[in-house]
Design a protein around this ligand. Structure first.
Ligand SMILES: [Zn+2]
Length: 298
């Protein structure tokens, strides 16, 4: 079987060498300013990342999306952008990175961002790319291409949530459901709502996910707002599901000195706030982070 981890690493190495935009932005990432706030048992980091204006400032209303060429369709991609083939998907280097290694993984066909029919693909992807974590932004809570189904992948130890879960599992989780082949946990005292499915069986993981999905489904045929992260370790998936109740907080559109351009998606919900504006990076406080979690987490 082809080793997708190795092919992905080789793709990354060649793209940051040969593609000037990727080279510049991944180099730039090495010196970005970060700061971190302690919440007792866990931390939330803030990253000042000017290259992310393209995403944090993105217009994702239906009209704006319909009027721009889809940057995930092969025909519209930059000539320098190469790919690793993964069945119905292609693994691409994300030229506007947050993670030290950051990938975008669009499906080959242009169909809307939605998780239910493709959750099994996410599991397969995270098993094949088990040196990385794989994540999903719902079409109304962070995806900058809500019209084209895609996942992202990044450096595995980068998101605090994944490490926090292992470290705090004994004290900060409730076991909600146990079946023969899966367990569902909920994190507690964590500032935001997080469910975790643990399973070594693909069908059982899908079943557990679909039950959770239905629980948050407010009306039929409308996807509940979800951010999802998945890792595969020791023969087992850990699927982190972060339900949302709002996309952007009031601070996003506030007047000058109250404004914080933070557009919460999976990365923010997992403990890394990105802001592309230096003054906002300097100004953001622990209270702002609590306030933003409170507004956008279910
Ligand atoms: Zn497309």
């Amino acid at each position: 079987m082809t080793n997708i981890n190795q092919l992905t690493k080789a793709l990354f190495a060649s793209q940051i060498q040969d593609w000037p935009l990727a080279h510049t932005n991944f180099e730039g990432l090495k010196t970005v300013r970060t700061k971190s706030f302690s919440f007792g048992d866990y931390e939330v980091r803030v990253q000042f990342n000017p290259a992310r204006m393209v995403s944090s400032g993105a217009k994702v209303d239906a009209k704006s999306i319909a009027e721009r060429p889809c940057f995930l369709c092969k025909v519209n991609r930059p000539a320098e952008q190469a790919a690793v083939d993964f069945g119905d998907y292609e693994i691409l280097v994300n030229p506007f990175p947050i993670f030290p290694e950051h990938f975008t993984i669009p499906r080959k066909e242009h169909v809307p961002q939605q998780i239910k029919p493709f959750f099994g693909d996410m599991l397969e992807l995270s098993r094949a790319m088990d040196d990385y974590l794989v994540f999903y932004n719902g079409p109304k809570c962070g995806a900058s291409a809500p019209d084209h189904i895609h996942f992202q992948a990044g450096t595995k130890n980068f998101l605090p949530l994944v490490n926090d879960y292992h470290r705090l599992k004994n004290t900060h989780t409730d076991l909600l459901v146990t079946t023969e082949q899966s367990q569902l946990f909920q994190m507690k005292n964590y500032g935001r709502t997080v469910y975790v499915i643990e399973s070594g069986n693909q069908a059982a993981a899908i079943d557990a996910f679909e039950k959770l999905y239905r629980f948050f489904e407010l009306e039929e045929s409308t996807e509940p707002m979800l951010n999802i992260v998945c890792t595969f370790e020791n023969g087992q998936w850990n699927v982190f599901v972060l339900p949302r109740k709002a996309f952007r907080p009031w601070q996003y559109t506030a007047e000058s000195e109250k404004q914080l351009l933070v557009s919460p998606a999976t990365v923010e919900m997992c403990g890394v706030f990105i802001t592309p504006i230096e003054e906002h990076f300097n100004r953001i406080t622990k209270n702002d982070i609590e306030s933003i979690f409170e507004q956008v987490s279910y």
